[in-house]
Design a protein around this ligand. Structure first.
Ligand code: OOG
Ligand code: MG
Length: 267
């Protein structure tokens, strides 16, 4: 992946402000490449880093990172075939079994993901699946609520990276397990919306092994000059296609060996 930055500082700040406005006030904007067609992946990460800097400066706390577009189902659904990463803050976390409001989201969708909590710092380049497993304290099931700020949930890689990988909310839950007690490639997952099965998959859908997705994330972090500290919460990417939700919906993600994660959506 080339992190070639072509935009000037002024454009990066301008785009970060535009994305921040759309995220915090929940409105859709045209994808950034409509105005900046030559925007690169490196430019996308430069905007994302500026967005992260702004949130942290206003008191949000960085709690971890998420890998995105790591499964075929997700790549096909979004028409993008390169994985990406985004940051997670305390303001995005929601408790298990809670009510999640949609009034402050544009067009939310849910994804089931295997999440990792680390006990050792990780850094790239050259981070491997084995290094990730050795640094993992426990894994747990999670649901990510993504919400692209781009009209029609349509984007290209540079735009979605600038929009922090569509990150909006996340819920961890179920049963935390030590990674050595499980085969992380073969965990089945079933996603239900209002009691109906809307997605099924196995954890190997995520780059062959969810820890490989985390290694990829750590290697991208190195390219943007960051490392993953111990105690990070990391989501490895949606296993199935993302499913749209609206007020009144209840969602349960059932994971083999890891229990389930539930939530409902309100106005
Ligand atoms: C980009 C975010 C993808 C995942 O788990 O694949 C993502 C999107 O699809 O809007 O979070
Ligand atoms: Mg996701």
């Amino acid at each position: 992946m080339s992190m070639n930055i072509t935009l000037g500082r002024e454009d990066i700040v301008r785009l970060a402000e535009r994305v921040e406005g759309a995220q915090t006030r929940a409105y859709a904007i045209p994808k950034l490449t409509d105005e900046y067609p030559a925007m690169t992946i490196g430019d996308g990460y430069a905007v994302q880093s500026e967005l992260r800097r702004r949130f942290i400066a206003s008191g949000h706390r960085l709690v971890g990172w998420k890998a995105g577009l790591t499964s075929k189902a997700k790549m096909q659904q979004m028409g993008v075939n390169v994985p990406s990463i985004g940051f997670l803050t305390d303001r995005m976390a929601r408790p298990e079994n809670g009510a999640i409001s949609t009034g402050d989201l544009v067009h939310p969708r849910v994804e089931c993901e295997v999440a990792f909590v680390t006990k050792l710092a990780l850094s790239g380049p050259g981070c491997t699946c084995e290094a990730v497993l050795a640094a993992t304290d426990y894994v747990l099931p999670a649901v990510e609520i993504i919400d692209s700020r781009f009209a029609g949930f349509k984007f290209d890689l540079a735009s979605v990276i600038a929009d922090n990988g569509s990150s909006a909310r996340f819920v961890g839950g179920g049963r935390a397990r030590r990674p050595e007690e499980l085969d992380l490639r073969t965990l089945g997952v079933v996603m239900e919306r209002n009691g109906e099965i809307v997605g099924t998959g196995a954890s190997a859908a995520v780059l062959g092994h969810p820890a490989d997705a985390v290694a990829m994330l750590v290697n991208i972090l190195a390219e943007i000059g960051e490392t993953l500290p111990a105690g990070s919460f990391v989501m490895s990417g949606g296993i199935t296609e993302a499913v749209a939700v609206k007020p009144g919906d209840s969602v349960v993600a059932r994971f083999q060996e890891l229990g389930s994660v539930s939530m409902r959506f309100v106005e």
